[in-house]
Ligand binder design. Structure first.
Ligand code: CTP
Ligand code: MG
Length: 225
């Protein structure tokens, strides 16, 4: 399991990397780790943190208190998300044939979501991503802002993490050169392999802006009351 937390959080603008922003008494990274560790299938977690925040990442690991037998490793990330995932993947020993990749920024993704994604990979799907139906009409535009197309909304999904992969497929996907992508599944699509979408969870929505942080806080309050 690779948890990427090495981004700067520029859109959140909190003055510290996003994973170390606190909400409801814990950092986003600690929240994410607690939920990851609540999934019994998880045996190894690699946290990919900003190079200057390895100590803070280890503190979040300690606070999340891993169950006995679960190993947690902390490594530093790269310039973009893809580099950070690759740094995490490099720490996963070849014995593991299923690898999940998760954004720490999706801090409230429930343990059940990790379990359902992992189960679908084990059932034989090489790549599995959670997704929710899209509520807005989505349009593709050209460089001048003129609409090129309007895809049928019923067929669109907003994709989340954790994303699950057969280890061999994820390694092949990452070995491809170039390609600016925003998730690992897109690299698998470029290999021409199928990517299965399973039901996502509103709690797995990403904290990107200050408004998302307020939503996360409200969600935490709602679940603890
Ligand atoms: N991420 C990472 N390494 C990077 C960039 C992103 O590990 N070089 C991680 C982030 O920590 C986050 C996830 O990828 O958990 C999704 O990225 P995003 O939401 O874009 O986070 P940031 O890059 O931190 O935010 P921003 O783009 O606003 O700066
Ligand atoms: Mg980013």
């Amino acid at each position: 399991m690779v948890v990427v937390a090495a981004g700067s959080g520029s859109r959140l603008g909190a003055g510290v990397p996003k994973a170390f922003v606190s909400v409801g008494g814990a950092t986003l990274l600690e929240h994410a780790l607690r939920r990851v560790l609540g999934c019994p299938a998880v045996q190894l977690v690699t946290v990919v943190a900003p190079a200057g925040h390895l100590v803070a990442a280890r503190e979040a690991v300690a606070a999340a208190s891993a169950p006995t037998g679960v190993r947690i490793v902390v490594v530093s990330g790269g310039v973009d998300r893809r580099d950070s995932v690759a740094a995490g993947l490099a720490t996963v020993s070849p014995d593991f044939d299923v690898v999940l990749v998760h954004d720490a920024a999706r801090a409230l993704a429930p343990s059940s979501l990790f379990a359902s994604v992992a189960a679908a990979v084990r059932a034989g799907h090489p790549a599995v991503v959670p997704g929710l139906p899209v509520v807005d009409t989505v349009k593709e535009v050209d460089d001048d802002g003129v609409v090129v197309s309007t895809p049928d909304r019923a067929r669109l999904r907003a994709i989340q993490t954790p994303q699950g992969f057969s280890r061999a497929v994820l390694e092949r996907a990452h070995a491809q050169l170039g390609a600016a992508v925003t998730d690992d599944a897109a690299l698998v699509e470029r290999l021409g392999l199928p990517v299965l979408v399973v039901p996502g969870d509103p709690l797995a929505e990403k904290v990107t802006t200050p408004r998302d942080l307020a939503h996360a806080e409200a969600a935490l309050r709602a679940t603890s009351s």
